[in-house]
Ligand binder design. Structure first.
Ligand code: ATR
Length: 277
């Protein structure tokens, strides 16, 4: 008897550039799973009806990308604590009785990526400095906070957005002026860029890193290119650096396990496959 073909996918608009089909496709092949992972372009106006239809078509769940990450919370039957804290979901699971469970795995993906490269680092080790105050920043701040970071310094070009994060996350957050950020690095255990600066075609995130100690771990969520100017400069200052690709790979793993029943490995083969896609 053959297994029933399992279906999952990713919904967003636009969707053509999503790397998720490549990485789930790689895992499906590697584990010999009879399943498909399908990219689906979904307009905002169709979101509700698409989420009603997919479970009826036999889908186990979907990843969610821009612009639907916030809106799906309203349409889900249950929301994990971390997705509620972040205010957005990237992973939906359809249960056998037709319910929609919403989760957000971006933050755990971020921490797992650092764990791969600097296993001795812990969020509890000291203050973390976060550049940026968008959706990715929210997920990372939630994860750092839940993992026990004593203090999270947030700096953003638009001050009002970092102030809003302080209102949302509370006492552990300290807002730092964008132009002052270079002055709060000397006791940092982690520096992370969550802005799109450093991405191919954009200008670099240029922070004066003179105050940085070699003990500080420096990481970027940008992965095109893998080595951003920030990471290059930090490496030259003697810091350990972690590129952003692993976050993308790790955030996908919990969904794959839930939908296809196998906990997938994040390793060099997967990195190579996704980079080549
Ligand atoms: P995401 O959900 O991927 O985090 P976003 O919500 O659009 O995307 O956030 C993008 C982040 O990159 C923001 O922190 C943004 O700063 P603003 O809030 O001031 O817009 C930051 N960013 C983008 N371009 C930037 C630039 N040229 N200089 C400084 N920050 C920039």
């Amino acid at each position: 008897m053959t297994d029933k073909v399992k279906l999952a996918g990713v919904i967003g608009q636009p969707i053509a550039h999503s790397r998720s089909p490549h990485l789930h496709g790689h895992w499906l092949k590697r584990y010999g799973i009879s399943g498909h992972y399908i990219p689906m372009e979904v307009a905002q106006s169709d979101l509700k009806s698409v989420l009603e239809t997919l479970p009826k078509m036999g889908f186990q769940g979907v990843n969610v990308t821009l612009p639907h990450k916030e809106a799906v919370l309203e349409l889900a039957d249950s929301v994990t604590d971390r997705a509620a804290l972040i205010g957005a979901a990237n992973t939906l699971t359809f249960t056998a009785d037709g319910r929609i469970q919403a989760d957000n795995t971006d933050g755990v993906g971020f921490l797992a990526n650092i764990q791969d490269y600097v296993p001795e680092w812990s969020a509890k080790s000291g203050p973390c400095v976060v550049f940026g105050a968008g959706g990715a920043s929210r997920a990372i701040i939630a994860a750092l906070s839940q993992a026990g970071a004593p203090l999270i310094r947030v700096t953003n070009r638009t001050r009002a957005r970092s102030d809003a994060l302080k209102d949302h996350f509370g006492a552990k957050i300290e807002v730092v002026d964008w132009v002052q950020a270079g002055n709060v690095l000397d006791d940092a255990s982690l520096l992370v860029n969550t802005t799109s600066l450093g991405m191919q075609g954009k200008s670099a995130l240029r922070v004066p890193l003179d105050g940085l100690r070699p003990e500080t771990v420096v990481t970027d969520i940008v992965y095109t290119p893998l080595e951003t100017e920030l990471l290059r400069t930090a490496k030259a200052a003697g810091c350990r650096t972690v590129d952003g690709l692993g976050m993308l790979l790790h955030q996908a793993a919990p969904g794959f396990e839930r939908w296809f029943g196998t906990a997938p490995e994040v390793d060099m083969d997967l990195r190579k496959a996704v980079l080549a896609s």
